[in-house]
Design a protein around this ligand. Structure first.
Ligand SMILES: Nc1nc2c(ncn2[C@@H]2O[C@H](COP(=O)(O)OP(=O)(O)OP(=O)(O)O)[C@@H](O)[C@H]2O)c(=O)[nH]1
Length: 367
C-alpha cells in the first residue's frame, strides 16, 4: 500500500504532509538557484552539465511530487511513511551528488558545507516527527561530505570534520526543540479540549440532576426538528412533582434536592430511545422530548415514569395524593412550523389539567 485513506491517518502523517509541501517548495527554490547561478558565476562551468542536469532533475521531481501531493489532498489520500522514506532517500542521493559536483567544481568545502546545512536544516524541521525520514535524507549527504572532506590534507580534514559535526549537532538539536514545542502544543490542545468539554457540559446540563437543561432543550429541539421528516411525530411531556413545597417544608431543602435527583433518575431511566431527551426544566419541573414517537409510545413513556417512581416509593408524608412522591404529567404533539414555546404551552395546559384533576396522572393533547 503506497497510499492510505483519511480514515487510517493519524495526526503525525498530516503534519508530515504539511512539512513535505514546504520541503518541496524549498527544493524547487534551491534547484532554481543552482540553475540560475550558472549565468552569473563561471566557477561551476567545468562541471555544469552534471550540476545542471541534477538541479533540473531535482526541480522536475519536486514539481511532480507537488502535483501528486495536491491530487492526493483533493482525494483525501495520504502517502504512507514507507513512501516518504523512499522519497527522502531519493532526495538525499540527488543532493549528495549535487554537493559532490559542487565541491569538485569549486574546491571550496566551506561553501559546500554551508549549502549542505541550508538543505539539511529545513529537512529536519519539515520531518521533525519522523527520525527515520530525517535519517533517510541526511545520511547520503553526510556520507558524501565526509568522503569529500577526507580527501583534503590531514590538518583540514580534522578541522572540517569537527566543524561540520558541530554544525550538524546544532541542526539536529533543533528537532528536539521542535518536538518540545509540539509536545507542549499538544498538551495544551488536549487541556483546552477537556476544558471546552467541561464548559459545554456545564452550559448544557443541570448541575444537581445531571439532566439536560432548558437551554440545551431549545438548541436540541431546533436542531432536530429542522432535520426530521414532516411525518415524524414529536412529543413534549411536561412533568411536575406534586406538593413539592410541602416536601421541602417537612424534610428540608437538602432532602428536597436528593428527592429531585431520584426523580430525575426515574425519568431518565424511563426514556429508552437514544434520540429522546430528558430535561430538568427548572425547580421541580422536568420535561421529556420524544422524537419519532407515536401516541402509544408517548403514553407508554408517561406510564413508565409514573410506575418507576412508584417503585422507588420516596416517602412524602404531607402529600394529599399518596404516601410517596408522585408526579403530574401533560403531553402535547408538535406540528411542523410550531415553535418550542407554543409546544411548551400546549403541554403545560395538559399538565395543569392533570394537576387540577387529582395529580399523579398524565394527560394528552394531540392536534
Ligand atoms: N429542594 C429544592 N427545592 C426546589 C428546587 N427548585 C424548586 N424547589 C421548590 O419546589 C417548590 C415548588 O412549589 P410549588 O410551585 O408551590 O409547587 P408544589 O408544592 O409542587 O405544588 P403542586 O405543583 O401544585 O403540586 C418550591 O418550594 C421551591 O422552593 C430545588 O432545586 N431544590
Amino acid at each position: 500500500m503506497l497510499i492510505m485513506d483519511a480514515g487510517k491517518v493519524n495526526k503525525d502523517v498530516i503534519l508530515t504532509r504539511t512539512g513535505c509541501i514546504w520541503f518541496l517548495w524549498l527544493n524547487i527554490a534551491y534547484s532554481l538557484y543552482l540553475c540560475l547561478r550558472y549565468f552569473f558565476y563561471d566557477d561551476l562551468v567545468p562541471s555544469l552539465p552534471p550540476i545542471f542536469i541534477l538541479s533540473l532533475l531535482l526541480m522536475l521531481f519536486s514539481c511532480w511530487n507537488l502535483l501528486l501531493t495536491s491530487q492526493l489532498i483533493k482525494q483525501q489520500l495520504y502517502l504512507t511513511r514507507a513512501v516518504l522514506m523512499l522519497c527522502a532517500v531519493i532526495y538525499g542521493v540527488i543532493w549528495a551528488l549535487i554537493l559532490h559536483q559542487l565541491y569538485r567544481a569549486t574546491h571550496d568545502i566551506e561553501w559546500v558545507m554551508v549549502i549542505s546545512l541550508l538543505v539539511l536544516f529545513p529537512a529536519v524541521i519539515a520531518f521533525h516527527l519522523s527520525l527515520n525520514v530525517i535519517a533517510a535524507f541526511v545520511l547520503p549527504i553526510i556520507l558524501t561530505l565526509f568522503i569529500n572532506i577526507a580527501v583534503l590534507n590531514p590538518l583540514h580534514v580534522l578541522f572540517h570534520l569537527v566543524a561540520y559535526t558541530l554544525a550538524l549537532g546544532v541542526v539536529l538539536s533543533c528537532r528536539n526543540v521542535m518536538m518540545e514545542w509540539v509536545r507542549k502544543a499538544e498538551a495544551s490542545e488536549q487541556q483546552n479540549a477537556r476544558l471546552i468539554q467541561k464548559l459545554t457540559r456545564l452550559a448544557d446540563h443541570d448541575p444537581l440532576t445531571g439532566l439536560a437543561n432548558k437551554r440545551y432543550l431549545r438548541e436540541y429541539f431546533h436542531a432536530r426538528t429542522a432535520q426530521i421528516a414532516a411525518e415524524s411525530q414529536v412529543y413534549l411531556i411536561m412533568i411536575d412533582v406534586d406538593h413539592f413545597k410541602r416536601y421541602n417544608d417537612v424534610y428540608g431543602h437538602l432532602k428536597g434536592d436528593e428527592c429531585l435527583v431520584k426523580v430525575a433518575r426515574c425519568i431518565s431511566d424511563s426514556v429508552r430511545n437514544e434520540s429522546d431527551l430528558a430535561v430538568r426544566f427548572g425547580g421541580e419541573e422536568f420535561a421529556v422530548l420524544l422524537l419519532n414517537a407515536t401516541p402509544e409510545i408517548a403514553s407508554q413513556v408517561c406510564e413508565r415514569i409514573k410506575t418507576t417512581l412508584e417503585k422507588r416509593a420516596i416517602p412524602h408524608e404531607s402529600s394529599d395524593t399518596a404516601e410517596w412522591v408522585t408526579l403530574s404529567q401533560g403531553a402535547a404533539r408538535w406540528q411542523p412550523g410550531m415553535s418550542l414555546d407554543s409546544l411548551i404551552t400546549a403541554a403545560d395546559q395538559q399538565l395543569y389539567w392533570s394537576k387540577n384533576h387529582g395529580r399523579n396522572q398524565f394527560s394528552f393533547y394531540s392536534s
